[in-house]
Design a protein around this ligand. Sequence first.
Ligand code: FAD
Length: 289
Amino acid sequence: MFIKDIFESKETVISLEVFPPKPEVPMGDVLPAVHALAKTKPSYMSVTYGAGGGNTANALEVASAIQNDFDVTALAHLTCVGAKRENIIGILDSFKNNNIENILALRGDFPQGVSFDKDRMDYKYAYELIREIKAYGGFCVGGACYPEGHVENPNKEKDIDNLLYKVEAGVDFLVTQLFFDNNMLYSFLYRLAAKNISVPVTAGIMPVTTAGSIKRMCAMSGATLTPKFRNMVDKFGDKPEALKQAGIAYATEQIIDLISNGVRRIHIYTMNKPEIAGKIMENISSIIS
Ligand code: FAD
């Protein structure tokens, strides 16, 4: 089913993100974890894709299992940084052959230590990949957006102007970068409305449950930490079980506040941890039914 049709058919849509193992690493416990996440009955599940395309086979295997074996609609991420057009077309063929109908089209981050001639790449920005997939046909296509601005672009207004390229390319929906302060999302939604961008937006929520992941995630995403979040980490940072419980509660509160304020679509970055996503789904079970 197309994700845009899922949005039409449900009042509240909760989706989950998983990641495949790195290239050449066996599936190990990834598929059982993904299966356990599928059993929490999300509206759909997305599978990340390594920039540079090194783990295409694993990403395809996980997305195919979700779509064909676990009875959940799959959203396959696809990045285009450094990719050749013929490879992208080959991957679209593989998605088609595996019944995958939804793609999150991304540029990806430039791999460190590799130099690119940015003017000679087949795709420079994500909107060009969106345009390619739309021209290929038969896919519902999403794109990324950034409530606090993309880390490479200090000008938030310009960042939203750049989103218009994705809209013009025919993007069907947008998924946000993670954020810890819901006001960031609300003000972003107002700014989109002011630019007449009416594409459905899904809010990305990351339950933070380990102290080690916080610095890395903030550096990658540029997300602002709220005082409440900082206090939580200060208090429980060296008590893993307490931090896990507090992180689940923080994410649950964020989600309840979003739904209370009319945000109908929420994407949970699960880090392949069924027990954490499962607890959040349980916490909001009556709210989303
Ligand atoms: P773009 O939309 O191309 O934007 C990149 C930068 O270029 C931005 O600063 C933008 O403002 C600017 N820009 C865009 N268009 C133009 C234009 N026409 N002219 C000038 N400037 C322009 N990465 C992965 O490697 N794998 C994943 O699976 C993955 N999943 C993600 C899922 C979500 C929901 C999000 C939010 C991010 C994900 N990422 C993933 C990270 C993403 O690839 C990076 O944030 C990357 O740096 C930007 O990707 P993009 O698709 O937003 O790029």
